[in-house]
Design a binder for this molecule. Sequence first.
Ligand SMILES: Nc1nc2c(ncn2[C@@H]2O[C@H](COP(=O)(O)OP(=O)(O)OP(=O)(O)O)[C@@H](O)[C@H]2O)c(=O)[nH]1
Ligand SMILES: [Mg+2]
Length: 223
Amino acid sequence: MTSIEPTDIESTEESELEAGRLLFARPCEFIAAANNLQALPDMARPEVAFAGRSNVGKSSLVNALTGRKMLARTSQTPGRTRQLIFFNLANRIDLVDLPGYGYASAPKTDIRAWTKLTRQFLAGRQSLQRVFLLVDSRRGMGEGDHEVISLLNETAVSFAVVLTKIDKLKENERDKIILETEQKTAKNVAAFPKVWVTSSEKHIGIAELRAHITGLALLDPLE
Ligand SMILES: Nc1nc2c(ncn2[C@@H]2O[C@H](COP(=O)(O)OP(=O)(O)OP(=O)(O)O)[C@@H](O)[C@H]2O)c(=O)[nH]1
Ligand SMILES: [Mg+2]
């Protein structure tokens, strides 16, 4: 039979989920915490970075993906992550936990207050395969997010929007924010045409995101 049956499509998806599960079960090690250009590690592997407003759940998502509660430091207080934190996942891909923007007490609590280093990293890192732009599903996209998106569009850095903390919303509220975020995302040239919906706390969307990141990783040398 030459046609692709629905069962084949399903099994492809399942094999991707399985590949994601296997990769993220492998060791994930801290490599570097950088607060200046010289401290950035070598571009040894493809990288994906987690960006977004302070307190949106970037470090929590890195922990949920890797199944390690304490890998990246999280906090109820915004501004926890102050440096660019690099993790090596099984020598196949690096995960980069970025500082958030928008926590400063100054009125301009957006990307303008974000560190120069983070912007330089996002705009000029050749090994960066994708930026995950995290958006709190209770707030939706804000001014700071739009400024990061402009930067990524201008520098042609591929990004995907990830809604976080979806567990905090009721079922009927979820659809509205997902649709609204999809519409805003679709307007951008550098955007990946899918919005990820996640909860690190309730483990929603984590397996799918693992599978997606695995598709960006170096091939398993043992395969
Ligand atoms: N309910 C719920 N809370 C979450 C979720 N993800 C993160 N949080 C909480 O949100 C707070 C901030 O999480 P972090 O992961 O530290 O956020 P961050 O984006 O890394 O913050 P900065 O490093 O300050 O930029 C913590 O209290 C987390 O427990 C989620 O999926 N659901
Ligand atoms: Mg953090």
